[in-house]
Design a protein around this ligand. Structure first.
Ligand code: ADP
Ligand code: MG
Length: 290
């Protein structure tokens, strides 16, 4: 078999941040030629590739409608446009919670809704459509005025707002990101607390501090539950997800909670994984085309 793959990024970082550097070679071993392109580069014909892989499309949040209609126009997109539509709005967290997945308690506040009762401890307000930690604010109950003004500014910009209790384990253990290729576990890494850090020079994301990690059984089991529930909600097989990253935190009682499920443009942490992770990814690409 031979074929062509396009890895999709954005104009500010047209070849991503370098995390995938070993993947094109792993794909070449299996007969694929890989090139990179920005999703909004109109000189590129995305219809000619055997597979078009969403990777570093980190500027979609401000242009989501445009991004999703582009995604719908690409025949061989992985993950699919339908998955991208569902997953680019953090309202999916409430759906997964309703489906019985242990999610960080999530309240959605739409523009026009009345001001909520603030949580008793520290809490987070963030845009339902957002990425790269942009627009995420952390507040204390004593700072309710700041929270109200952040809420208003997000509402004025048209956002539905996600309110969650702050999970202080991100400051100690960090978030645990579990990575799946074709619905099967590959590797995991930890991410130190993001809030209060600087934006990268591209202005698209907060620079992350990552390290390899061996997730405990309860974390692996919750990630599996989250993927099963997602496949059921979307009416797809897990294997149809070329990649998935499940971001978990330890809740107040130490048990894991889902903070985010990333199916569009997560960094997959190849640099934090064993060398065979690139081979597993290439194998999952072949599986998508089989
Ligand atoms: N409820 C929360 N408790 C603790 N930290 C949070 C919470 N929500 C967000 N954060 C911090 O903000 C970062 C970005 O939020 P996240 O929900 O992952 O959105 P995105 O990655 O799409 O910007 C997280 O990586 C985490 O460090
Ligand atoms: Mg995140």
């Amino acid at each position: 078999m031979s074929g062509s793959a396009i890895f999709v990024a954005c104009s500010a970082l047209p070849e991503g941040d370098g995390d995938e550097h070993a993947v094109p070679e792993a794909l070449a071993d299996l007969g694929f030629k890989t090139r990179w392109a920005a999703w909004d580069d109109t000189t590129v014909d995305f219809g000619t590739a055997d597979i078009v892989v969403l990777r570093a499309t980190w500027d979609y949040a401000e242009r989501r409608d445009e991004f999703l209609s582009w995604a719908e126009s690409v025949p061989a997109l992985s993950n699919s446009a339908e998955v991208a539509r569902w997953n680019t709005d953090k309202s999916y967290l409430a759906e997964l919670g309703d489906a019985g997945v242990a999610v960080v308690p999530t309240t959605l506040i739409a523009p026009g809704d009345e001001t909520p009762r603030w949580p008793k401890g520290e809490f987070v307000l963030k845009p339902a459509i957002g990425a790269g930690s942009r627009g995420v604010g952390k507040f204390a109950p004593a700072g309710a005025d700041y929270a109200a003004s952040h809420l208003k500014s997000l509402h004025d910009a048209g956002h539905t707002v996600v309110m969650q209790p702050y999970q202080s384990s991100v400051d100690s253990a960090g978030e645990i990101a579990l990575v799946y290729f074709g619905g099967v576990y590959s590797h995991a890494f930890s991410k130190a607390a993001m809030l209060g850090r600087e934006l990268d020079e591209s202005g698209l994301y907060v620079t992350e501090k990552l390290a390899p990690v061996q997730p405990a059984a309860g974390f692996r089991a919750l990630a599996e539950d989250a993927l099963d529930a997602t496949a059921a909600l979307l009416g797809i097989l897990r294997a149809e997800l070329l990649y998935a990253r499940v971001d978990l935190v330890a809740g107040p009682d130490g048990r894991p909670l889902l903070l985010e499920l990333e199916l569009v443009e997560p960094s997959l942490g190849f640099r934090q994984a064993d060398a065979a992770a690139a081979w597993r990814f290439a194998s999952a690409v072949r599986q998508q085309l089989a």
